[in-house]
Each structure stands twice: as structure tokens, then as C-alpha cells.
Design a protein around this ligand. Sequence first.
Ligand code: BMA
Length: 328
Amino acid sequence: MLTPIHQLTAIPNLPWEDRPAGYDGVIWRYSRNPVIPRDATPRSNSIFNSAVVPYQGRFAGVFRVDDTRRVMNIHAGFSDDGLSWQIAPEPIQFHCDDPEVARFQYRYDPRVCWIEDRYYITWCNGYHGPTIGVGYTYDFQTFYQLENAFLPFNRNGVLFPRKINGKYAMLSRPSDNGHTPFGDIFYSESPDMIHWGCHRWVFGAGGSPWNHTKIGAGPTPIETSEGWLLIYHGVLTSCNGFVYSFSAALLDLDKPWKVIARAAPYLMSPQTLYECVGDVPNVVFPCAALVDGDTGRMAIYYGAADTVTALAFAYVHELVDWVKAEAL
Ligand code: BMA
């Protein structure tokens, strides 16, 4: 039975490929992955962990581009079909009321979220350590930056697509200034997108061994009648370093810090060549999931091996059923 999905508009041109014949898994990779190669802009070393949204019948996005100096920054891009992207060669320049807010050492891992009348962007912003940068745009041409949401150290700031109980809502993952060997997901709310508080613990690392070290929210949560569907990444520390996989959980619609169900297995782990070989091997890192409200088709964009951007497909109602059936 189809799980009714809330507030999701039709995306008739969503990138899509049917489940491969003879395969019965809940998620499958695009056969022509990766969709964005590492050298899609003239000076890029790698393009990964990036976020896209439907935009005026096409698609737009904000992309993590590490350049050939290995400076990390975020760039805007457009696509007709969600597969072939034109990514700006220069990073986004934000308009900023206070020059202090504009100061940063690096930017990475953007998320994009439509709320009310504009597209908000959150990213890991280097301001004396990683914290959560917040900005917005109406057109992916002109960008405005707001205050950093939190004090350092924090990563994986992910907004909910509507106010909850009258407040903007964000998930984040408090961390440290390095390669953070710990980390749980927290919920925070704000009346104005500037001041964040009422922090609540959502869930922690170690639900299953694949996420034993740390976790972090991925794409914008998807509102379903069964709760918010949250796709999140998790990290296992192997004898050869970190392994990044991802899975999903359902959060209460009105109190999203309450977990309804959290799947025990991973949904996807690094298994293909482009996920296992690259600048950082063994990483799948999702930052966007688009859903066609008419069919429940999902296109999940994820970074692979910190080098390229790849695409996977699922049906949102199947994913909700899977999370419940596989719950811890
Ligand atoms: C995390 C972030 C991600 C990256 C991952 C694996 O700490 O830096 O951008 O994909 O490590 O290197």
C-alpha cells in the first residue's frame, strides 16, 4: 500500500531508472554513475557531497567543489534533467550585512531546502573551526548569508522544509575540530533563522556497528504520514580507517527529536569502484533526496569517495515500510 506523502509536489522530470530486473532491494544505483565527474569545472579536484532541488521546471543546486589547491568551497549549478550539470567555475559570493559573518576559512557539504518563499542553504562553514553556515537565495544567482547557526564545532546542519510548532527547525551534529571520532544528531529550533535553541538529542551513533563511530543527517527530511523520513550517514571505524554508509529513520512529525523507527541495517554502503576508490576511499555521503509527489519516486544524490557525485533511486513508500520492517 502507498504511504501517503505530504506536501510533496510533482517532479515529472525527476531523474529515474527502474529497479533492475531480478533485483528486489529497496534502493538501487543509477547505471551510469557517477553523474558528476571530478573535473566538471576547470579547476576542480573533486565535486561531491552536493545538494540539488527542482527549480522552475529544471534543477538547481549547490555543489561542494574542492579545487586543485584543495581549497573547499561551494558553487551554484543548473541542469535540465538532473543528470547533466553546468556548475559555475567560481564559488558562490554571499551578500552579507555584517562583514564579520562573511569571514570563513572553508565551506563544504551544502544542503538546500525550500522553505516558504526561498531556498535556504546550510553548509559546514569554517569560522575558527567547523560550524553551520546559513544563507538563502531566490534564484541561485544572488545569495545572502545569515549568522552562523551555532558556535564551533558543528557539522551536518540540515533544515526541515517547514516550520514545526511555529519555529524553523534544524538537525545538526556537534563535533570537534578534526576528523571527529564521535557524534550524535541533535534538533534545534529558531523563531527567525538567526537564534537557535531548545536543543534536543535525537539519536546517537552506535545503533548498529555500521554507524558505531558517528552519524550525521543527510538530505532535507521528507514529510510522510508515518513521520519525517530522515536519511542519515553513519561511520564505522575499520582497521583501515572510516567507512561511510547511510540508512534511514522515521521521526515524529510534531516532536522530531522522538524516533519512531530506525533501521538496523545500512541502506547503502560503499561497494562500487567509484565509492571505494578516490581521494577518501569507502564513502557514500547523501546530501539531497528529491521525491516526485505523484509517484513516490526518489532520486538520492550522494558523494562517492569524496571525489564524484552519484545517484541512487528508491520509492518513498517502500523506504518507509523498510525502515519500519527493519527497525532496531
Ligand atoms: C567528513 C566530511 C565529509 C567527508 C567525510 C569523509 O568529516 O568532511 O565531507 O565526505 O568526512 O571524508
